[in-house]
Design a binder for this molecule. Structure first.
Ligand SMILES: [Zn+2]
Ligand SMILES: [Zn+2]
Length: 125
């Protein structure tokens, strides 16, 4: 399963797709070379809205292409994405999210990471 971490309120949200072009039964999102997607729709837009604080964020999947310049221009927040077993505990997922945020920092520099994925850099608790 893929999980996204809200970089504003640190809520952990399982990523599901209910259909882009046409509605379908909710399916677990999958990782693609271009970010997140689903078995039916293919690649999905790499954005997510937190259900707790309603902040629209850009999804960061380690290893996938990420348009850092565009995100910084829009001063969008970035939600790290991780793959974890279904039913993994909140703290397990948060540890993984912290690692995802760290690889973001490695890729784009700690200054960018501080501004964009801040909440998870401390270690996830
Ligand atoms: Zn879908
Ligand atoms: Zn949130």
């Amino acid at each position: 399963m893929l999980y996204a971490g809200c970089s504003v309120c640190q809520q952990v949200v399982p990523l599901r797709c209910c259909g882009l072009m046409f509605p379908h039964f909710p399916l677990d999102a999958i990782q693609t070379p271009f970010g997140v997607g689903c078995m039916v729709c293919g690649v999905a837009p790499p954005v997510f809205t937190c259900m707790t604080c309603f902040t629209l964020q850009r999804l960061y999947v380690p290893g996938a292409q990420f348009p850092i310049a565009a995100v910084q221009a829009q001063s969008q927040r970035v939600a790290p994405v991780v793959q974890a077993p279904a039913g993994a505990s909140d703290s397990t997922v948060k540890t993984l999210l912290a690692q995802s945020a760290k690889s973001f920092a490695t890729e784009f520099g700690s200054a960018a990471a501080k501004g964009l994925v801040n909440a998870f850099l401390a270690g996830g608790s």
